[in-house]
Structure formats: C-alpha cells, structure tokens
Design a protein around this ligand. Sequence first.
Ligand code: ISC
Length: 415
Amino acid sequence: MVHDENNALEASTSLATKTIGAEFIWEAALAFGHPVAIWRLPETDNVRLIVSEEMLPAEVIPDLEKLPSGFLMAPFSGNVLFLEGSLSVSFSIRHPFVAAAVGETGHFSEPLFEKAAALQSAAAESIPENKLLPRMPEGLAERYKRIVQLGADAVRQGELFKVVLSRTKSFDMVPGFSLVRAFLKLEAVYPTAFVSMVSLPHLGEVWLGASPELLVGVKKRRFFRTVALAGTQSAKDAAGQLKPKSKVLWSEKEIEEQAIVSRYIIECFKKIRLREYRETGPKSSKAGNLYHLKSDFEVDLEAVNFPELGSVMLRLLHPTSAVCGMPKEQALHLIATLEGYDRAFYSGYWGPVNVDENTDLFVNLRTLKVNGDVMTLFAGAGITADSIPEDEWLETELKCDTLLGVIDPSVSFLN
Ligand SMILES: C=C(O[C@H]1C=CC=C(C(=O)O)[C@@H]1O)C(=O)O
C-alpha cells in the first residue's frame, strides 16, 4: 500500500496510520459528494484512486500537454470534464488497501479518511452477492433491428460507408449491490482491458467499464499510440470452448469494417501531413468474451518533432469510425436521427492524463451507467451494407454480456 507522492503518510510518526480498504475511501468520497475515479491500466496490477476536492468537475479543452495530473472524461458529443486528483492513492490490486493518516486536521483528505475508517468499522461481515433484475421494455429488440435495417439501407444507397448504431439494456440493482466489488471483479477477469469507474455526483451517476480500445496514449511524453478496433465474434466455439487465436476466422464484412477504422486513422495522420508512423496488424485481439480485429499505430514524437500530437490527434480522431462511422458527419446525423437516446459518456473517451508522465485515454466502450438503483448498459455494432439485423442484435447482446457475465452471471444472455 502506497501513498502516492512520497509515502508521507506512512513516514509520519505523529499521526495514527490506519489501513483502510479502498472501497471505503470510494464510499466516503460518495458520501461527501466528491467526484472520484478509480482505474487499472491494461496488463498492470496497480490501481489508482483519485478524489477531487471540487464538487463540480472542471469543463476543459483537452490540451493534454497543458493539463495537470488528473482524469479526463468526454461524452460522445459535448463538453469534456476533468477531475483533478486532490487526493491520489495507489495500491496493488492483490492488496486493495491504503495506509491513511487519521488525526491530521484541516487537510482535505482528513475528513475523508475519518469517514472511510468509520464506514470500514461499521461494515457488515458477510457481504451479499451482487444481483441484478432485468428490465426488458417491450419491443426493444425489434426497435434495434429496425434501425439497423435503416442504417444498412443508407449504406447500400451510398449515403455513407459505415454507421455504428447502439442501444441500451437496463437492470434494477438488488439492495446490497457493491460497485467497488463489481469493479474488482471486472479487473480480475479482464487483465487486458482498461477497467475504470467514475462517480459524477453533480449528475447523480457512476460509470463503470472495461474498455479494449485505446484512443490516445502518450508514454513518457515521447511515444504516441492509437488502435483501430472493429469486427466482433464470440471468443468461444459452439461447444463453449475458447477458440485459439490462430483458429479465428474473419468474414469479408468484418475485415472491411475494421479497415474503415484503420483508414480513418491514416486519413487523420494525412490531414496533419504525418507520414512517419508504424502500423502493425490487423490481428485478432481478445477482449473479455469477444474477439476483435485490431491494428496498432505508433509515432515517436521526438523523431517527428511533434510534442502536441496527442492533443491534435485526439481532436481529429474522436469520435472514431469504431463508434461513429464514415464519413463522420453523415454518420453523426444518422445516429442522431435513428438511435433516439442520448449516448452521454458511452462511446466518449476517458482515462488518466499526465499521471506518472503518461496519458492513457480509452474509448468508453463495454460500459454501464448507474443512476440510483438502475444500471444501464450500452452496446453498439458497426453497420455496413452486409449487416443482418438479427446478427447485429446478437452482437450487442454479446457485448453487454462482457460486463454482465462477470457482474451477475445469472442474467447473462449466454446462460
Ligand atoms: C461500438 C462498440 O464496439 C466497437 C468496437 C469494437 C467492435 C465493434 C464492432 O464490431 O462493431 C464496434 O465498432 C461497442 O462495444 O459498443
């Protein structure tokens, strides 16, 4: 257990140091109405939790090179929010506890740790299982299949090449449901995903997700990375066995769908006359219970003398054709006409900025929103001329299952 900057808390001798479970720091931040973010980057076992002293997240222009250390959260369309980490702790996922000083008056973290310690002492010994009850409004599947048909017709008529159409799926959370436990479960099952959870008290919402799609990564202010991710199939065969990567086959439709996303990224590079990028793939990439096709793009910022490439590409890329379509304007118009709901943060982007000199922004996919006792999942599918409505519906069910199968397997569509 580590207090971020310099282990000041552990070094202190005048204060009582308590070991507090990370979930109680999250709960304390919620009880006081502070925005809080918790995340684990792919292939690491280090979790970060930041609490913002400001009750309202700042609305910012995402100039990555200028922002302080914190967490960025952008909707599909609209203002970008930023949570500055007034309190920042990190801990190993194998030991989700923080050494917290209790008795340090006047500091922002003090009442928070006091509250967390009190919540920890009052916590019940036995914790109920996380349970969900489905809410299935009549005609949900039919409505989605109808808009997929309209989207595919628009592509066939030459209005655009691809559009990503999405839908929601809602559940009631049974009392005793713990979001931190859901986060920890997702973290354990999806080591290659960006697993993240953010509470936005001014909206009364918590967002939780396990994203496989990096939008903009800048490592040590030197290496830029993005990926083109599209095409979806179950990671298991008909007998329920995991398909080995070498046996995964892709249809022409899926290859084209992913190539459109790669082309879109290359067009963004072309707009800024950047030729020195390294492209690898596409390769099959496993994300939860799914396989996708993925290409990686990398740029050495020093070699191209372009230190602000991260911000420039972020502006050009979002929303990519993995969540929107191509051409972008036509796809945005069709989404607004057909979907009939506000995507909010789904298919936006989120992630840490300038934390340990790295920025890791992921597309907000495989995501859910919690509002009161209602949990809403979001999933979309790339629609091309060859799309079959029933198949696209099943694909969105599979995508919802990436989270559901872990959080409450009894409501999984695969059961
Ligand atoms: C829009 C989503 O996925 C995108 C990312 C990967 C594969 C996709 C697909 O196969 O359609 C989508 O483009 C979603 O998960 O909601």
